[in-house]
Design a binder for this molecule. Structure first.
Ligand code: NDP
Length: 488
């Protein structure tokens, strides 16, 4: 363990040992840059290789554990996360910037992923069939893929990692986890819980480090059998290119440009509430954020008036302060990108009705006011590129048919939603929206853990995550043919 002043550097978990790295980074609170969250070790290439070797050994041992023993491990992790949701949610909010309540909710949800997959450990039932050959039976079962690399983002540092780690362990795999370097404290906290369980040495590894160095080495390694990634499209494409060199299985969740369609028959207050929550929850830094609001002309003016008033009323502040509804942006770089999109939108002809400015606050941090663009068209770059910002655009349409066309006119396809009281429109939308997730009178953000999650187009690649669908990625199918050998 190394120390900087009174700060103890948090270490990586390498082949079952907590080890210092080749360097360290500091992690600061985006709500208050004078608050040093901690110092974090950066794994070396040799450490990565060593932990991958040990993971291979541990994986065979873990796969042979009985289902009840695996179930107990996952249940313990889930229960601890849920019981410590406030404490760990506060840590998460401190390093990521989302309001404390959202941090607590995220950690609790992460716990639910583990308890859900704890139960799945006991539900791994295969298929059997008679062969077309007389006297021969067929047994079809799923087996672990092997060593899984998990690369997770900063916006949901605990939940996203957990919805990958929990099924990976449930189905008998070893995990080497590279979390985002912006949110290492949450990663260490989760790893500490996992490392205390009854698991083989080296089954679970934490390799903190930058994506470009340790992340790239991890995805290029022939010692990895499968890669699950959540992040941006360009990085995802690079990971897929690296993975194909080794024919490594890959699953990726990337960006989106989700639309919420607001129809002229919508409940106005509900529509505004859904739009505000979807656009500005998590400071707009969600792959499921409602960044396009496709609004019917019949309700447009009333909706816009309430939307802008609602955005202006949102309390932006320190993530850990009571009453904060929207925390800071995660980093200076992200803030600068957001402000560049504000300029771009205006240069494209959009009207900035409110917000979109850097805010001076009592604490030095990455604060920005929630912004609403009006009079936008779907071909503007602000409506085509993922901004990951507290910015949303209103696109006015004259009919339901036009709304659906606009919703579907995107390279992405993660979530979409409609606000309407018309059953026929709701049903038609649910059937014709080209997204992996579709919602009716609900936000575009916020999904359950026991059902599939993923998108179409540039949003996703490979099998779906979560629920029983996760088995497709974290297992490989074996078909066994069995004959008694001699006729009875
Ligand atoms: P990235 O895609 O760069 O990062 C996601 C994860 O991938 C991080 O753990 C990162 O590590 C890692 N990574 C980066 N480069 C490589 C690489 N070459 N090989 C392996 N792993 C790598 O996202 P950013 O954090 O930079 O955010 C940029 C944009 O991406 C956002 O503005 C947003 O549009 C989108 N994004 C989408 C997310 C989603 O949920 N769909 C989540 C996060 C971002 P590290 O950060 O430590 O370098």
């Amino acid at each position: 363990m190394t120390t900087l002043g009174r700060i103890v550097t948090k270490l990586n978990l390498i082949a079952g040992e907590w080890l210092a790295g080749e360097s360290e980074i500091e992690n600061r609170n985006p709500s208050d840059l004078s608050d040093l969250v901690g110092m974090f070790a950066q794994a070396s290439a040799d450490q990565l290789d060593a932990t991958l070797d040990q993971a291979r050994i541990a994986q065979a041992e873990w796969e042979a554990y009985g289902p009840e023993r695996k179930q107990a491990v996952l249940m313990n992790i889930g229960n601890e996360l849920m019981s410590r949701a406030k404490e760990l949610g506060t840590l998460l909010a401190r390093e990521e910037g989302k309001p404390q309540a959202e941090g607590k909710g995220e950690v609790y949800r992460a716990g639910q992923f583990f308890t859900y997959y704890a139960a799945e450990c006991l539900r791994q039932i295969g298929e059997n069939a008679d062969s077309v050959r007389p006297g021969v039976e067929i047994d079809v079962r799923r087996e672990a893929v092997g060593v899984v690399a998990i690369i997770s983002p900063w916006n949901f540092p605990t939940a996203t990692a957990s919805w990958k780690i929990a099924p990976a362990l449930c189905y008998g795999n070893a995990v080497v986890w590279k979390p985002a370097n912006i949110t290492p404290a949450s990663a260490v906290a989760l790893t500490e819980i996992i490392a205390r369980q009854d698991i083989p040495k080296g089954l679970f590894s934490l390799v903190m480090g930058s994506g470009r160095s340790i992340g790239q080495r991890l995805v290029e390694s022939p010692k990895v059998n499968a890669i699950s990634f959540t992040g941006s499209v360009p990085v995802g494409k690079g990971i897929a290119s690296a993975a194909i060199q080794n024919l490594t299985k890959v699953q990726m969740e990337m960006g989106s440009k989700n639309a919420l369609a607001v129809m002229d028959d919508a409940d106005l207050d509900l529509a505004v509430t859904l739009a505000l929550g979807g656009a500005f929850g998590g400071t707009g830094q969600k792959c499921t954020a409602s960044s396009r609001l496709v609004v019917h002309a019949g309700i447009h003016d009333a909706f816009v008036e309430k939307l802008v008033a609602g955005a202006q009323a949102l309390k932006v502040g320190h993530a850990l302060e009571q009453g904060t509804q929207m925390g800071p942006v995660v980093s200076e770089q992200q803030l600068q990108e957001n402000l560049a999109y504000v300029d771009l939108g205006q240069s494209e002809g959009a009207e900035l009705a409110c917000g979109g400015q850097r805010l001076d606050m009592p604490h030095d941090g990455f604060y920005m006011s929630p912004g609403v663009f009006l009079n936008t068209t779907n071909d503007m770059r602000i409506n085509r590129e993922e901004m990951f910002a507290p910015l949303t655009s209103v696109i006015k349409v004259d009919s339901y048919d036009e709304a659906l066309r606009v919703v579907n006119d995107t390279n992405f396809g993660l979530t979409s939603g409609i606000v309407t009281q018309n059953l026929a429109r709701a049903t038609h939308f649910r059937r014709n929206a080209r997204t992996g997730v579709v919602t009716v009178n609900l936000p575009t953000a916020g999904t359950d853990y026991h059902v599939p999650f993923g998108g179409r187009g540039d949003s996703s690649y490979g099998p779906r995550e979560q629920g029983k669908a996760a088995a497709e990625f974290y297992t490989t199918v074996k078909t066994a043919y069995i004959s008694a050998g001699t006729p009875v």
